[in-house]
Design a protein around this ligand. Structure first.
Ligand SMILES: O=P(O)(O)OC[C@H]1O[C@](O)(COP(=O)(O)O)[C@@H](O)[C@@H]1O
Ligand SMILES: [Mg+2]
Ligand SMILES: [Mg+2]
Length: 282
């Protein structure tokens, strides 16, 4: 097993345990995360579990988490960037949540082009792991059940777009964004559930666009480059789709800090192109 195989194994084992114990954290609040957001107990619990599973793998040099202020030095090797529990506010309402992991062959902060793998766990009606690796051609989905991992579908974005999920209150978004959002929402079915992983899974399955734009509340967008935007862009682009911060691929965004945020758009290429054109003409 090489280091990427060991990371995949460790994520599958930990995701099994997380999926079986999420109910324990449905209503436990914790402190604040380094991005200044309300943490739920599940955020810290999941972060500790994934840290213990990943940080000591030979070939892992650093562990960076949405829930930790600084990067943890683990020796030599790949850097892990993790959102241990994505969409954690969905726990209280029993809606889907996820885990996002980017594997960088570089010290962090780093651009998404330095990634060698990206993994996305979706804790939905059943638990799946979706993974893209630099040493594999396909975006592979696995069903995680009873301690096993069954190879399931392979993701290629459908040519036809069906769904759209765009975050932010219209009163907090630019007029240009609201115009293009309205145009998408005229033709596509609304799918927005408050967890990036779950909303992106709709786009990977049915084709479409997910986005979290700049808003007055989040001038750089809400999602974090290392922990959400770049790893998910790696997956979507490997599946034949596109990503953007509004003007460039999210894999080209050069973050200064480990908790930097970016406007984030993920989905079918022609929708991303249409969005970039609309925003460039604003
Ligand atoms: O509540 P909002 O503003 O719609 O934001 C929802 C977004 O915030 C997030 O929950 C942020 O992720 P975390 O829960 O990991 O902090 C995303 O998963 C989701 O897409
Ligand atoms: Mg998140
Ligand atoms: Mg999170």
């Amino acid at each position: 097993m090489n280091t990427l195989d060991e990371i995949e194994r460790a994520v599958k084992d930990t995701a099994h345990y997380v999926s079986g114990n999420l109910a324990n954290y449905a209503n436990r609040s914790a402190g604040e995360n380094p991005s200044g957001e309300q943490q739920v107990g599940g955020d810290v619990w999941a972060d500790d579990l994934f840290f213990d599973a990943l940080a000591y793998i030979d070939g892992i040099g650093a562990y960076a988490s949405e829930e930790r202020s600084d990067v943890v030095d683990c020796g030599e090797g790949y850097s892990i960037a993790i959102d241990p529990l994505d969409g954690s506010s969905n726990l209280a309402s029993n809606n889907s949540v996820g885990t996002i992991i980017g594997v960088y062959d570089a010290e962090l902060p780093a651009a998404g082009r330095d990634m060698v793998a990206s993994l996305m766990v979706l804790y939905g009606p059943y638990t799946t792991l979706t993974i893209a690796r630099s040493d594999r051609e396909v975006v592979q989905e696995h069903l995680l059940r009873d301690g096993h991992s069954e190879r399931w579908g392979q993701f290629e974005l459908p040519p036809e777009a069906t769904v759209v999920g765009l975050a932010g209150k219209t009163g907090e978004r630019s007029d240009a964004f609201n115009d293009i959002a309205q145009s998408f929402e005229r033709d596509l079915k609304l799918r927005y559930g408050g967890a990036t992983v779950a909303d992106l899974a709709q786009v990977l399955e049915y084709g479409g666009l997910f986005g979290y734009p700049a808003t007055t509340g989040y001038p750089d967008g809400k999602l974090r480059v290392h922990f959400e935007s770049a790893p998910l862009a790696y997956l979507v682009e490997a599946a034949g789709g596109a990503s953007s911060d509004g003007s460039q691929s999210l894999l080209d965004v050069e973050p200064d800090g480990i908790h930097d945020r970016t406007p984030t758009f993920l989905g079918n290429t022609e929708l991303v192109d249409e969005l970039e054109t609309a925003l460039s003409e604003a």
